[in-house]
Design a protein. Structure first.
Length: 333
């Protein structure tokens, strides 16, 4: 009985990450997502990555900044070593982006947008939602060492599995650069100083500002990287300007969130849920628009269910926060 209780938060995160990363994002339709082979090969590894990043950040006691560095390492691993999409000018989903920003072996704006996606959605939003669902367990490991090893093995096997489906081989320097960058980010996350305990004197802004910043940041990135090259190429600046814009808005959003939250020490579940809702707002709108403007893929149903689930969780979170009087534990993640 204890083992089942212990693994419940981990199992939840294992499923949450694929749902956010592949289904709510609109990358797969509901029918594609529910296909067992698709789910095992293309979706489930999101859960392995989210669990690994979350477990290491908690075991090392590195807080949200440590989690973000590990999420960045995950994003580079997926797009640089597993899918290898950032190196491939013929990647099927590039569209006009490849011709626009492919330079010296890298599709730069595509890489920036995907790293944004993995940090904010695949890892960040998934872990934040799991912590909101299991607040009493947020500072505890959710996996045994053996389970953590299985997650690592599953994530490692993802690369050869996708190589069979997409046998593009980038230059050796690209693989070496991605591997070294992932390793450096993991070491940097491990060596971060442990965050200090939360100060009761620290103040925070209202949760709505977290949601607005997240929604504006995500919308700005995806409009600049994906929509303008397809719909209004005559308005595009040279690609370094677009890349700089993505880095600027992401950096500003990260700075605001870390500053408002005291580095993740002085916020509560309402702020986290508002942040997640803001991140997912763009994708919910995208899912709805896809079904109404083209062939029906079921994305609108996913969007409606996601909005309803977030609304329900918001009511639960507000009630719970009021009951405990904003008494988060020190080092709360």
């Amino acid at each position: 009985m204890r083992r089942a209780h212990t693994s419940r938060p981990g199992a939840t995160l294992l499923l949450l990450a694929p749902v956010l990363g592949e289904l709510i994002s609109g990358h797969q339709s509901p029918l594609e997502f529910l296909n067992p082979i698709n789910f095992a090969v293309l979706a489930l590894p999101y859960g392995f990555g989210a669990l690994l990043c979350r477990e290491l950040a908690v075991r090392w006691k590195k807080g949200w900044l440590g989690l973000l560095l590990l999420a960045l390492a995950y994003g580079i691993y997926e797009e640089g070593l597993v899918a290898r999409s950032i190196w491939d000018p013929g990647w099927a989903e590039l569209g006009a982006i490849g011709d626009y920003s492919f330079w010296r072996g890298v599709t730069w704006t595509w890489a920036a947008a995907l790293l944004h996606f993995h940090v904010t959605v695949s890892i960040g939003a998934s872990v934040a939602l799991a912590h909101v669902l299991y607040p009493e367990r947020r500072n505890q490991p959710w996996l045994t060492s053996r389970q953590l090893g299985w997650c690592g093995a599953g994530l490692a096997l993802w690369a050869p599995a996708l190589m069979l489906l997409h046998p593009f081989v980038p230059p050796a320097w690209a693989l070496v650069a991605a591997t070294l960058t992932v390793a450096c980010l993991i070491v940097l996350a491990r060596r971060l100083p442990n965050p200090p305990a939360r100060s009761r004197t620290e103040r925070n802004v209202a949760p709505i500002w977290y949601g607005l910043v997240a929604a504006l940041d995500t919308t700005a990135v995806f409009v600049a990287v994906f929509m303008l090259p397809e719909t209004a190429p005559e308005w595009l600046p040279p690609w370094p300007a677009s890349l700089g814009f993505v880095v600027l808005v992401d950096g500003l959003a990260a700075w605001l969130i870390l500053r408002w939250s005291g580095g993740g020490r002085s916020w509560d579940d309402r702020h986290k849920l508002a942040l997640v809702s803001g991140v997912l707002a763009f994708f919910a709108a995208f899912d709805l628009a896809q079904d109404f403007e083209g062939d029906f893929r079921g994305g609108s149903l996913v969007a409606i269910l996601a909005i309803a689930a977030l609304a329900w969780l918001w009511r639960v979170t507000v009630r719970r926060q009021a009951d405990r009087g904003d008494a988060d534990a020190p080092h709360s993640a």
